[in-house]
Write a new protein. Sequence first.
Length: 399
Amino acid sequence: MWKRPSSSSNFSRGLWKLLNTRSMSTSRLDASKLQVKRVAQRSEPKPSDELVFGKTFTDHMLTIEWTMDKGWDAPVIKPYGPISLDPASCVLHYAFELFEGLKAYRTEEGKVVLFRAEKNMERMNKSAARICLPGFDSEELIKLIGKLIEEDKHLVPKGQGYSLYIRPTMLGTTDGLGVGYPDKALLYVITSPVGPYYKTGFKAVRLLATDFATRAWPGGVGDKKLGANYAPCVLPQLQAAEKGYQQNLWLFGSEKYITEVGTMNVFFVFKDPKTGKKELVTAPLDGTILEGVTRDSILTLSRERLDPKEWEINERYYTIYEVAERSKKGELVEAFGSGTAVVVSPIKEIGWQGEDIQVPLLPGEQSGELTKTVASWISAIQYGKEQHDNWSRVVADVN
Ligand SMILES: *Cc1c(COP(=O)(O)O)cnc(C)c1O
C-alpha cells in the first residue's frame, strides 16, 4: 500500500502567491466587468433525438484572458467560434491544459439549474495550480457561466435525461519553446446540449481489467482533470475493444488495486455471508483517483439514506483478486461506474486472466438494485424535484 502524496493545497505560501496573484497589483476575476457580443441571429434548438454527445454547441462562448502582469482581463461572451493561437504556444507543446465537465438541467418549472458547480470550480482551481496556471474566484466563474447559460437558455433541452453539458477549459498561451510557467493564459467555457447516455434504459458494460497500461500513479496527476491524462488512455481502450470489452478497469501496482473505470469512478457492492450486511466500496482519494462529484454525491447520499443496520459504506483499497474471489463465493452483488456524463453505468462482466467475472444483474434487467436507486436519487435532485443542501443553483428561467 502506498502513502497518500501531499496534495497541491500543501504549496508553500510564497509559491501559492506566485501562482495565484504573482503581483499584488493584478486584477481578480470579476463577473461585473462582463462584455457581451451577441450573435446576429439565435439558432433554433436541434430536435432532441439528433443530439450527439459533445458535437452540437450553443450560440455563445465565454472567454477570459489572463496575463501575469495584469491578472484577469474583462470576461467576454461572444459568438461560438475558433480561437487563434501562436504555433509556439506552450499548450500545444507541453500540454498546459485542463478542463471541467458539469451540467445544467431544465426543471419542469422551466428553471435552469447547475448541480454542485462549486465542487467543479474547486477542482478546476486545483488542476490549474498543479500546472502553474492561474487560480480564480470560483463564485465569479459560476456567475459568468450563469450569464452564458442565460444567453443560450432556449437551447437547454427539455426532458428526463436531457441537459446542457458545460465544458470550462484553461490553456497556457505563452509563446515560445522554453519550458517554464506560463505568463499568459486563456480560460473559456463552451456548452453543448446533450441527450440521455442510455436512450432505452441502462445497458450494462463489459470491462477488461487492465494491468498492461497504468492510468495514474502515486505522486502523479491522476487526481487532476488535465488533458494530458486522457490521450494516453485511448489506445488501451482500443486494445480492450479488440477483445470485445467496452472499457478498461484500471488496476494499479503489483497488488492490482482497482482504481477507476474508463473516465469514471467505480463502485462495487459485496455481501458478508455471516452477517448478511452489504458493503458499498470505492477506492480512497489517495492522489491516483479523480475526485468525482458524482462519486462524492453517491457516498454522501448513501451514508444519509441507506440503513446502517444493513449497509456499510467504505472508501478503501480493494483488488481485482478480492472481486474474483468474492464472485466465486457468491458475495459479489453489483458494480457500477459513476460520472457526470452517465451518472451511473452498470457493469455486467469483467475480463481478468482469460476469464470473465460475472457481475450479477437484477433478473431480466441491465443493472443492480443500488445502481437504480442512486441513479433515481441523483436525478431527482438534478431536475429540481427534490432539494438537497445547496446542491442546486438556479441560473436562468426559460419561461
Ligand atoms: C471526470 C472524471 C470522473 C468523474 O467525475 P465527475 O465529477 O463525477 O464527473 C472520474 N474519473 C475520471 C478519470 C474523470 O476524468
